[in-house]
Design a protein around this ligand. Structure first.
Ligand SMILES: NC(=O)C1=CN([C@@H]2O[C@H](COP(=O)(O)OP(=O)(O)OC[C@H]3O[C@@H](n4cnc5c(N)ncnc54)[C@H](O)[C@@H]3O)[C@@H](O)[C@H]2O)C=CC1
Ligand SMILES: O=C(O)[C@H]1O[C@H](OP(=O)(O)OP(=O)(O)OC[C@H]2O[C@@H](n3ccc(=O)[nH]c3=O)[C@H](O)[C@@H]2O)[C@H](O)[C@@H](O)[C@@H]1O
Length: 461
């Protein structure tokens, strides 16, 4: 079948290419001419494992095309996915929904026959109903544009796999589960190849529930991370080890080990802005008290970054003036080049403001990092970043950092201090090689009978 995808960023480009992979004819639409030019050439404008291969395959086969022309898109298909950005509004917690509104306002008057607009962006509850109003206002008489919602749960770094083999598909329709409409028919047809090859649960519900499922999922994930990071603070004070604790509590299947990775906390273009938008929307709905705990989730998360800076200052003997810190990692997580609200870059920026010479390396995110923080120092390899460093700080758990040879780093670094911001490094190996290894949430054991940790705060693990 034919379909369009509005917005060709991390979500939209992946969705468009995966829909082509499922056998559909797809037209990707964006307002960014340069991005569309690159996509037309079969180039993915960001790093996402597995995506370049399927994108090029379907650009070459002619099944996947790109345009900036809304009229062409209106004519091309009756099913239109919307995956444009919904960033945090400047100076506010609320989501900026102007981009999704813009798509609906511009596309609707160009439709010459009934069509279905399927929102995939993450939006505050109530947005779909508002967009339906915008569509109704703009469509020509006799034409119906139905707005439905189909939130996306993909993770960057696993975007292709998550799109082609999702855990679940959630579809929000104005009439809920009972609705039989063109929208139901077209969305079912779009996902039929997934359900035929590798079935997953399909939840058909009302619009509000579908919008809330998405923000609740992200809020839960953020809460889980902040829970373990809050416990991590207590571990630091008590001389306990948060990684052992996470393993132990994670063995209870009701809890589960995933997303109990203590460290620098969450960043990226979604979790931070989504919990803030959820709080803002709950407030608008008069349910602000229900979501105030998310303010704490946010604070715990941001505190981890400050703690990392404090630990670095401590490791440097109380001041960063005259010290060189190698920061390994710039992306908000490994297998991504996304630096939106990246804890790694935030920490690097704070260290630099406190007087450290900061040298950052990331296997994929250097260009994005340079564009966002041009004044930081950058290196072209991990070893180059460590050259002359007093302290080596791992801020993103790329496999190549985990596998670094401590002896090779020792040959170039000035100091022998490794700070593990992600609890990902083999601490014993580094200690055996003569390094001081320190990590967030891992203090020394409490001395028997003393009742107090051997050293308060963050100490050598
Ligand atoms: N990045 C991710 O892993 C996921 C993102 N989401 C949600 O998907 C949405 C998009 O996120 P990303 O892809 O990360 O954002 P992004 O910033 O990478 O991409 C957004 C794209 O929309 C384009 N755009 C803006 N206005 C437009 C318009 N009027 N017409 C056509 N294109 C327009 C921009 O030029 C840009 O290419 C957000 O709501 C996000 O919360 C949901 C699940 C996963
Ligand atoms: O709405 C979205 O955009 C997406 O947001 C997240 O996906 P993503 O932002 O790609 O990355 P995650 O793997 O969730 O990691 C988010 C952040 O949490 C951090 N994290 C993750 C796990 C953990 O145990 N500890 C931890 O600090 C990561 O380092 C990263 O900074 C969700 O996992 C996706 O399901 C969702 O679709």
């Amino acid at each position: 079948m034919r379909m369009t995808v509005f917005g060709t960023g991390y979500l939209g480009a992946t969705h468009a290419a995966c829909m082509a992979e499922l056998g559909h004819e797809v037209l990707g639409v964006d307002v960014d001419e340069a991005k569309i030019e690159r996509l037309r050439r079969g180039e993915v404008p960001f790093y996402e494992p597995g995506l370049p291969e399927i994108l090029r395959k379907h650009v070459d086969s002619g099944r996947l095309k790109f345009t900036t022309d809304y009229a062409e898109a209106a004519e091309f298909a009756d099913l239109h996915f919307i995956g444009v950005g919904t960033p945090q509004r400047k100076g506010e917690f609320a989501a900026d929904t102007t981009y999704v509104e813009d798509v609906v306002a511009r596309l609707s008057p160009l439709l010459t026959r009934d069509a279905v607009l399927v929102g995939k962006s993450t939006v505050p509850v109530g947005t779909a109903v508002r967009l339906q109003g915008i569509a109704d206002w703009h469509v020509r008489s006799g034409v119906r544009a139905e707005v439905v919602w189909n939130p996306e749960f993909l993770r960057e770094g696993f975007a292709v796999k998550d799109t082609l083999t999702p855990d679940r598909i959630v579809i929000g329709l104005p009439g809920g589960e009972q609705e039989q409409s063109l929208a139901r028919e077209l969305v079912d047809e779009a996902y039929a190849p997934i359900l035929e090859s590798d079935p997953c649960p399909v939840i058909v519900t009302d619009l509000a529930t579908s919008e809330l499922v998405k923000v609740s999922a992200n809020a839960f994930l953020a809460t889980k991370i902040s829970f373990i990071n809050a416990v991590s603070e207590v571990c630091e004070a008590a001389g306990a080890d948060v990684t052992v604790l996470a393993d132990a509590i994670g063995m209870d299947p009701r809890i589960g080990r995933r997303f109990l990775g203590a460290g620098l906390g969450f960043g990226g273009g979604c979790l931070p802005k989504d919990i803030r938008a959820f709080m803002a929307r709950a407030g608008e709905l008069g349910a602000d008290e229900a979501m105030t705990f998310l303010r704490e989730v946010d604070s715990i998360n941001m505190r981890r970054r400050e703690r990392m800076v404090d630990l670095t200052v401590e490791a440097c003997g109380g001041t960063l003036i005259g010290k060189t810190v190698a920061v390994l990692g710039a992306a908000f997580k490994p297998n991504s080049d996304d630096v939106r609200d990246s804890p790694a870059l935030n920490v690097a920026g704070m260290l630099s403001l406190k007087g450290a010479q900061t040298v950052v390396f990331d296997p994929q995110a250097l260009d994005n990092a340079r564009a966002l923080f041009p004044t930081l120092g950058y290196a072209e390899s991990a070893l180059q970043a460590c050259d002359g460093a007093d302290v080596v700080l791992v801020a993103t758990e790329w496999a190549e950092f985990v596998e670094l040879d401590p002896a090779a780093v020792a040959e170039v670094a000035r100091g022998r201090i490794l700070l593990d911001g992600r609890n990902c490094m083999p601490g014993d190996t580094w200690r055996e090689a003569g390094w001081t290894y320190r990590a967030l949430g891992r203090g020394v054991p409490v001395r028997a009978g003393s009742g107090t940790p051997a050293r308060a705060g963050l100490v050598t693990a």
